[in-house]
Design a protein around this ligand. Structure first.
Ligand code: DP6
Length: 329
């Protein structure tokens, strides 16, 4: 019988070289590596309480009972913890996203990272950061990166059991210089396709999927070189080009997956103009219409001001790099 309770917090991350493809859907193993920046402004806090009186797991998300899909994904994740800890007790999970808006911005990354840390601690497991990263990956591929702060590299690995598919921090002096300006489009309307289904659909139908996967190792090597050299302009150039290539592969799926709205394109044009005027600004987009702009500490305010005036942009927030996922209670 387990009665443990623990609370953990984790920051979301935004990929600079994207994860968009799997080598094994059942174990949620990525087909290629990825590279991200953990963000201090996007935080999830999660409490897990194992309670022998519960007949089923319960999930309260941002103050309300979760939708069945979210609840069953959480329960499947808790099954992994229960198997590891050799327990059968059900749990009450309370999770709150402290995000600039309820837009679903990368919340599965911080959500499953916080859940991995809170649930393993509550179950009495003492796991290494690497083991926690692999566990979080089972919940969501991008969550494996949210175990760590700053720049983070996810390894695709080769092993069939996924024992070499984990994330680890990448040390770079750029971490003190970078900021991410997050421009929310359309008031954060729910996205049309979740990333999980969209990844599968792209792999199954897009004629550009293979080309995308072949590109990723090159972008990763170049981005890691830029991090080692402290070269923000090269990192930014790869970041924007890589995001556009990922979206191109998704847009070429049949039927197409198009996340962008008119304001997304207006933001992309504004970022290009800012850059042509000499600013350090490079855009990236994920499974939604929002645009995140990689920039430098000294230019973040002026970039944010420039983006705030664009029609269809509802909110602009600046974030610095976030720290690793931690137990808070
Ligand atoms: C566009 O991690 O949400 O944000 O592993 O199926 O849960 P699952 O996918 P998920 O995909 C993230 C896709 C992305 C790019 C990235 O974060 O690397």
């Amino acid at each position: 019988m387990t009665t443990g309770t623990a609370t953990a917090r984790a920051c979301a991350n935004i990929a600079l070289v994207k994860y968009w493809g799997k080598r094994d859907a059942a174990r949620n193993l990525p087909a290629a590596g990825s590279l991200s920046l953990t963000l201090a402004a996007l935080v999830t806090e999660t409490t897990v309480a194992f309670d022998p009186a519960l007949a089923a797991d319960e999930l309260v998300l941002d103050g309300s009972p979760a939708k069945p899909g979210d609840a069953s994904r959480t329960s499947s994740f808790l099954d992994l913890i229960r198997a590891e800890a050799n327990i059968t007790t059900r749990a009450r999970v309370t999770s709150t996203n402290q995000f600039p808006t309820a837009s679903g911005l990368a919340s599965s990354a911080s959500g499953f990272a916080a859940l991995a840390v809170a649930s393993s601690t509550a179950a009495g497991l003492a796991l290494s950061p690497r083991a926690l990263s692999m566990l979080a990956r089972r919940g969501s591929g991008s969550a494996a990166r949210s175990l760590f702060g700053g720049f983070v590299r996810m390894h695709a690995g080769h092993e069939l059991d996924g024992s070499d598919a984990y994330a680890e921090p990448v040390i770079s002096r750029l971490v003190d210089r970078v900021r991410m300006v997050i421009a929310i489009v359309g008031g954060g309307a729910p996205k049309q396709y979740g990333s999980r289904d969209a990844i599968e659909h792209t792999a199954a139908t897009s004629p550009l999927y293979r080309a995308w996967l072949e590109l990723v190792p090159h972008d990763l090597a170049a981005a890691e070189g830029a991090l080692a050299a402290g070269d923000l302009a090269t990192l930014g150039t790869i970041t924007e080009a890589n995001a556009l290539a990922m979206h191109a592969s998704a847009m070429a799926a049949r039927p197409a997956i198009i996340y962008w709205q008119p304001a997304t394109l207006a933001l992309l044009a504004a970022v290009r103009e800012l850059r042509e005027a000499g600013a350090a600004a490079w855009a990236t987009m994920d499974a939604g219409p929002h645009v995140k702009v990689l920039t430098s500490l000294d230019q973040a305010e002026s970039i944010a001001t420039a983006l705030r005036g664009i029609p269809g942009v509802s909110e602009v927030t600046i974030s610095g790099p976030g720290g690793p996922a931690t137990v808070t209670g």
